[in-house]
Every structure is written in C-alpha cells, then in structure tokens.
Design a protein around this ligand. Sequence first.
Ligand SMILES: NC(=O)c1ccc[n+]([C@@H]2O[C@H](COP(=O)([O-])OP(=O)(O)OC[C@H]3O[C@@H](n4cnc5c(N)ncnc54)[C@H](OP(=O)(O)O)[C@@H]3O)[C@@H](O)[C@H]2O)c1
Length: 271
Amino acid sequence: MHKVSFIGGGNMAAAIIGGLISSGAQPTDIEVVEINPDARANLAARFGVVTHTDLSQARLHALIVLAVKPQSLPDVAAMLASRLDSHLVLSIAAGVRVADLARWLGGHTRIVRAMPNTPALVQAGISGLFSSPEVGQEARSQAEAVLRAVGGVVWVADEPQLDAVTAVSGSGPAYVFYFLESLETAAVTQGLSPEIARQLALQTFFGAAKLALESGEEPAMLRQRVTSRGGTTERGIFALEAAAVKPAIGQAVEAACRRSAELGDELGRLA
Ligand SMILES: NC(=O)c1ccc[n+]([C@@H]2O[C@H](COP(=O)([O-])OP(=O)(O)OC[C@H]3O[C@@H](n4cnc5c(N)ncnc54)[C@H](OP(=O)(O)O)[C@@H]3O)[C@@H](O)[C@H]2O)c1
C-alpha cells in the first residue's frame, strides 16, 4: 500500500483509514490534516496515524485523499494547488466534478473522483469511481485500493453516470432504511411487538441480500422461487404491484439523479 495523505479526517476518512489499517497499511504511512482538535485527537488515539492541524504542516504523500465537505473544497484546493506536481488526488466530495476540482487545483489533472456510501463505516460500502482518460491504469489502481478498504468498487466510463451512482448507492441506504421502517410498522400493525418487528425486518433484509449476493442468481429468479401460486407471497407481491412500488422506486432514483446533477452545477459555481 502506498503512503496516503488525507485532507479532512471526519467520518468517511476515519472509516477508510480504519479499513486501510486492517488491511495491513502502516499507521505511520498515513497522515491526516484535520482542523477539528477532537477529531484529530481521536484519529491519533484510535489509529496511531500522523496528524496535522493545517495543510502547511503536511508532507503530502504521492496519493492525496480529499475528504472535506464539498463546500470546503475550493479553499482546500487553493491551498493545495501550489504544492502539487505528480500527486494523485482522490476526491470523495459528493457532487464536485473533476473539471471544477481541476480548475480549483490550478489545472492539476491527476484526479480520481469517487462516490462512496455510508455502509463504508462498517466496511460494507460500495463506491463508484471515475477518472478522465489521462489518468493511467496504475494511478486508477492506487485510488481503487483506498476505497476497496471499505467495500466494493465500480468504475463508470462517463462522469454524469456518477449522478446515477449517487442516486442508487449513495442515497440507496436511505431507501433501504425507509423499506425497513415500513416493514417494521407493518409488522407491528399485524400485532407483533416492536422488538420482534425490528428483528424480523432487519434479519430478513440482511439474509435476502446475503442470499442474492452469495448465490449470484437473478433477484427475479430468487423472488419467483419463493412465490408459489396461490400462496401468501404472491398475494403480497400483487399488493406491491397494485401500489406501483416498482415505478415509484424508478421515480425516486430519477429525482435523486436530477438533484445530484443540479448540486454538481451549484458546487461548480462555488469558486
Ligand atoms: N458520509 C457519506 O455517506 C458520504 C458519501 C459520499 C461522499 N461523502 C463525502 O465525503 C466527504 C467527507 O464526509 P464526512 O461525512 O466524512 O464529513 P465530516 O465528518 O464533516 O468530515 C470532514 C472533516 O474535515 C474537516 N475539515 C474541514 N475543513 C478542513 C480543512 N481546511 N482542512 C482539514 N480538515 C478540514 C472537518 O472539520 P470541521 O467539522 O471542524 O469542519 C471535518 O472533521 C464529503 O465531501 C462528503 O460529500 C460522504
């Protein structure tokens, strides 16, 4: 694993650092610039990484991960610009496009943009990655290794597809929580206790996802297999179809995707 500098040591950075260390990275090969004293002390105590209060103290390793909030990125990029040469910059800031970041970094082009999601906090994330063609394969692999420490990765060929990634897996955990809430409420309505309702909903979701993942079978096939003619599941699925749940999911993803593109436009006007 290469040495890595993190700018911003919040939730996402801490998750990735934890993942890197559990996959064998040396804590002393990781430096973190974090302005918040509590977050800084926490990172040093938890992981033994090298921490700095501001960017001017950082050594800046060959791979730099930008993990501050998108709104802070123009200022951070302005401070970083004059210190970059062949560094690879991996940005996990939601919505900030490569061209805007490149401009804020004074024309630096070795940039990979990633969209992780919150299950990264338990090392079960999935990240979408994009880079412009001038970023070579070796650099891409280095960036990919950072996000692999907290879950799976997929590469998209065109940057606008990251808006779709944002709408599906970035916002997706919230759709899942919404489904879980609904299933729990329905269970309680049918007379089960809230504790039992939660256990049933959570374990069913987890178990079905694990089954789909491990069997490698089509979800539609798995569904058909538990849907016998005239049975209870068939009746439940009919009700979901009658309520147009599938098109509603399509509309949710479409709306989130549109909002992601709008946010990209708004963030691009920040500096
Ligand atoms: N959480 C997610 O699910 C998710 C998913 C995809 C992408 N992301 C992206 O990941 C990035 C980080 O998210 P997060 O949830 O980890 O946010 P966070 O917990 O707020 O982490 C950002 C940290 O950076 C610090 N910071 C701000 N300005 C700085 C500077 N100039 N130099 C050094 N440190 C600075 C902040 O300190 P203060 O708190 O004192 O400002 C904060 O501790 C965001 O850009 C977000 O869009 C997050």
